[in-house]
Design a protein around this ligand. Structure first.
Ligand code: G16
Length: 543
């Protein structure tokens, strides 16, 4: 085995987005494309000698190849040890857990999350720091700067390692440990939740369907739900990870998990339904006849945190991304704990959790989690709901309706316009920004604009500033229209329009959300010139 330095040329466009670098597989397959990005990560870390790295991904096409490339490069950079998930697999939350538990200096996650996989799909790579969470912007900026000036990368000519057998091996001077991808994570879940109560729930005939969407949550769900908690075989469906996710879009929302939602509203609906995404950090919660919005799910978890043993001491605070509904804010107020509003991106929660300022975090994009790790965690949310259902004995719909009765209902929807021409999308955002200063005080279709701005976040821990994080138009009754461009797409631009309207009156809690929000959607269209500028007459996806 020999270490080589290989000459290379910088690639344009390797700037990490909301969650790492996500591109088409074909782009990653260009010679040296992956190597350049990995070299840029290692350069930004400085001296890697003696450090421990955790490595794994969601099992999508290109995952296995990427693991071998990164192992050789890590060996050439003097890492002492790499812990890699068996088969190259580690869910995003499991990787975060392993980094923290084993005291690693960081981890590399191979995933494009909910984006489709396969040779024509997407691939992604993200660096996580020693707290187990996504690298903050100052590190991703440093990585990007490296990608622009790179002239060489270092690697070993060692052969491929067997990733399928648990055990140890060596590349150059570096130890490689192939680990069980589930064990550490399952242990942690057992510490946080009342497994005995959930086991008793299943033993009493409670039925559930968990859709693994042929992505990485399958092995975790099989082991925990059907193994440790005794749910009957067949509870987990689509539980075998496939390189192309069976040709589906592994995005747990009512559009891409439509089959599960249909099952849950049919005559044979089980008591509880849930789904998780490509890398198992997102979750969707469905009861009989009701899909719980992610914002409501976070609010309900916060209001009932004490049912789970890991949260009996109370919560320190909540954080939600700006476009997420304000339902959690109402719970925080009742609990007399702070609720922080951050930009979109789990990376913004890390500092707050490290500083002990928040316990629970969530985003409208089907992400929920807590300070047990530093990533959002799909199965954690599902286990929380199971713990809640086991403790109260009430169906999901009753829990949701009781929550609305107590706190009011935040009607909420997100409209996505995908693969819009980038110039048109940027033009739309610029047009909105131009209007912001004149909007306050205007009365539009019965709504009075309280304020309108382009969200700026000042991190209360390190003082760093993130600007241009989304245009928000907030009405005096708390209703909101939010526009931003997605940072995770790989084709053109995706415009996200978020709509929210608060309703305190119990008698008004049973309306269809799109109907309640239609007035705000019409205002949003008019202010942004949405349909005219995109040439679309409706969103690609509505959740
Ligand atoms: C990532 C981030 C989330 C973010 C989501 C959507 O999730 O980790 O924080 O909410 O993307 O971001 P955007 O609206 O910019 O597309 P994931 O599950 O894709 O890693």
């Amino acid at each position: 085995m020999t270490i080589h330095t290989v000459n290379t040329t910088a690639f344009a466009g390797q700037r990490p987005g909301t969650s790492g670098l996500r591109k088409k597989v074909s782009e990653f397959q260009q010679p040296a494309y992956l190597e350049n990005f990995v070299q840029s990560i290692f350069n930004s870390l400085g001296d890697c000698a003696g450090q421990t790295l955790v490595l794994g991904g969601d099992g999508r096409y290109f995952n296995r190849h990427a693991v071998q490339v990164i192992l050789r490069m890590a060996a050439a950079h003097g890492f002492a040890r790499v812990l890699v998930g068996q088969g190259g697999i580690l869910s995003t939350p499991a990787l975060s857990c392993v980094v923290r538990k084993r005291g690693a200096s960081g981890g590399i996650v191979l995933s494009a999350s909910h984006n489709p996989g396969g040779p024509d799909g997407d691939f992604g790579i993200k660096y996580n720091i020693a707290n187990g969470g996504p690298a903050p912007e100052k590190i991703t900026d440093a990585i990007y700067e490296q990608t622009r000036v790179l002239t060489e990368y270092r690697t070993s000519d060692a052969g491929d390692l067997d990733l399928d057998a648990i055990g140890s091996a060596r590349i150059e001077q570096m130890d490689v440990e192939v680990i069980d991808p589930v064990a550490d994570y399952a242990d942690l879940m057992g510490e946080l939740f009342d497994f005995a109560a959930i086991k008793a729930l299943f033993a009493g005939g409670f039925t559930m369907r968990f859709d693994g969407m042929h992505a990485v949550s399958g092995p975790y769900a099989h082991a925990i739900l059907e193994g440790l908690l005794g749910a009957p075989a067949g509870t987990v469906i689509n539980g075998t990870p496939l390189e192309d996710f069976g040709g589906h879009h592994p995005d747990p929302n009512p559009v891409n998990a439509a089959e599960l939602v249909a099952l849950m509203s049919g005559p044979d609906a089980p008591d509880f339904g849930a789904a998780s995404d490509g890398d198992a950090d997102r979750n969707m919660i469905v009861g009989r006849g009701i899909a719980v919005t992610p914002s409501d799910s976070l609010a309900i978890i916060a209001a009932n945190a004490g049912v789970a043993p890991g949260y009996r001491g109370g919560i320190k605070g909540i954080a939600r991304s700006m476009p997420t509904s304000t339902a959690p804010d109402r719970v925080a107020q009742a609990l007399k704990v702070p609720c922080h509003e951050t930009p979109t991106g789990w990376k913004y929660f890390g500092n707050l959790m490290d500083a002990g300022m928040v316990t629970l975090c969530g985003e409208e994009s089907y992400g929920t989690g807590s300070s047990h790790i530093r990533e959002k965690d799909g199965l954690w949310a599902v286990l929380f709901w199971l713990n809640l259902l086991a403790a109260g004995g009430k169906p999901v719909e009753t829990l949701v309706r009781e929550h609305w009765a107590r706190f009011g209902r935040n009607y909420y929807s997100r409209h996505d316009y995908e693969a819009v021409e980038s110039k048109a999308a940027e033009g739309l955002m610029a047009h909105l920004r131009e209007q912001l200063s004149a909007l306050a005080g205007q009365v539009i279709d019965g709504y009075t604009v309280d304020f309108a701005d382009d969200f700026v976040y000042k991190d209360p821990v390190d003082g760093s500033i993130a600007s241009k994080q989304g245009v928000r138009i907030v009405m005096t009754d708390g209703s909101r229209i939010v526009f931003r461009l997605s940072g995770t797409g790989t084709e053109g631009a995706t415009i996200r329009l978020y709509l929210e309207r608060y309703e305190a009156d119990l008698a008004m809690h049973g309306m269809p959300a799109q109907e309640v929000l239609a007035g705000l959607a019409a205002i949003a269209d008019r202010l942004a010139g949405l349909h005219q500028r995109t040439g679309r007459d409706r969103p690609t996806v509505t959740t």
